[in-house]
Design a protein around this ligand. Structure first.
Ligand code: GTP
Ligand code: MG
Length: 335
């Protein structure tokens, strides 16, 4: 509403909506990419089933959550239903087998936080990371994909926010800024909180999907085809939502006390989660609860320096949308 009254004096909000939508459309991967991914996955499945006939491969991350940019890497999870397996042994054996296929740069990184095999497929040009039994990532990928189907404004907003974060250099967890996964959760939470709400809270509804992974209960309502009109009472366009998103993170979020929680569709208190002080390297300077691993704060990578960078970037974005006559250009200017 504030943006509208602003815009009424300065131009046409429809023009801004059109500009944001044009940027969004330019970020959507082409259909051929899906076919190439499928081709590589089929090759991997053929190799894997020679050694582990019971194993399965799942895609996760941006190649499967519907928030992927063109030319994203393929994130693959190999699941083997055997508690006895040693992940490093599996990855080393897998790397060995992939070496003898027509694949390049095959490397097993067994000491990484999430151990993987990396490779590049020269036929499709796709780079790929394969991890073992990281089932929670597969399930949270499904949750994000299900949310994306309810209202197209989530995909629009998240693409624009990811594009902004990549352009401004604040999508680098190794530098203390946030992962793409964290930004998508921030967008979902924001749309759960519009009035009228644009997204429901799927984990607060009667579950139609249920799985327990590493003792974590992952159940939620996944029949999203029944929720397609959910946000239709809210007529806000993308320009309004981009403005609202940055305005929230620049000026409205209470960094000292609040935790955003997609799981509950509410704001929780840092005190209730015992996230008020630094423990080890987790400082909790911006708190984003993982929807399934609820002791896991996706903001834990943010430190004293990078919280300043992040908040300044949120403020810069909010100011540009508020005052710049052509915000779509300046917002995404490389840093
Ligand atoms: P881009 O590669 O930046 O386009 O996005 P992405 O969707 O692949 O996101 P990202 O690389 O941040 O994460 C990959 C997947 O890892 C996510 O979709 C989650 O399924 C999973 N994941 C689970 N926990 C975490 C976490 O703490 N940090 C990150 N980064 N990913 C997590
Ligand atoms: Mg990724």
């Amino acid at each position: 509403r504030q943006l509208r009254s602003q815009v009424a004096c300065r131009g046409d909000i429809e023009t801004w909506n059109a500009s944001f939508l044009a940027i969004y459309e330019s970020l959507i991967p082409a259909e051929e990419e899906k076919a190439k991914q499928k081709q590589l996955l089929t090759l991997l499945e053929r190799v894997v089933c020679k050694e582990w006939p019971e194993a399965r491969l799942f895609l996760y991350g941006s190649c499967a959550n519907s928030f992927g940019f063109p030319k994203s890497d393929l994130d693959v999870c190999l699941t083997i239903d055997d508690a006895e397996i040693n992940k490093s042994d599996v990855l080393l054996r897998l790397a060995d087998m992939l070496q003898s296929e027509n694949l390049q740069n095959v490397q097993a990184l067994t000491r990484a936080r999430v151990p993987i095999v990396k490779l590049m497929d020269p036929t499709t040009g796709i780079s790929c990371d394969i991890c073992v039994n990281n089932v929670l990532a597969v399930v949270n990928t499904k949750l994000l994909r299900d949310y994306a189907q309810i209202d197209t404004r989530l995909r629009q907003l998240a693409f624009l926010v990811k594009h902004w974060a990549k352009s401004r250099g604040v999508n680098e967890t190794y530098q203390g800024t946030l992962s793409s996964y964290a930004y998508v959760l921030m967008c979902i939470h924001f749309l759960q909180h519009r009035r009228p709400a644009i997204l429901p809270c799927l984990q607060g509804m009667k579950p139609t999907y249920s799985i327990t992974v590493d003792d974590v209960d992952c159940s939620y309502f996944d029949q999203v085809e029944n929720l397609l009109g959910f946000g239709s009472h809210n007529r806000e366009g993308i320009a309004q939502l981009v403005w609202g998103f940055f305005n929230y993170w620049a000026y409205r979020h209470d960094y000292a006390n609040d935790v955003i929680s997609v799981r509950t569709g509410t704001i929780l208190s840092k005190r209730a989660k015992d996230w008020t002080r630094r423990i080890g390297n987790d400082r909790h300077l911006i708190c984003i609860e993982d929807p399934f691993e609820i002791s896991h704060d996706l903001g834990r990578v943010v430190d004293k320096r990078s919280i300043r960078v992040l908040r300044e970037e949120f403020e810069r974005a909010a100011e540009i949308i508020q005052h710049d006559p052509n915000p779509c250009v300046k917002l995404f200017e490389p840093y």
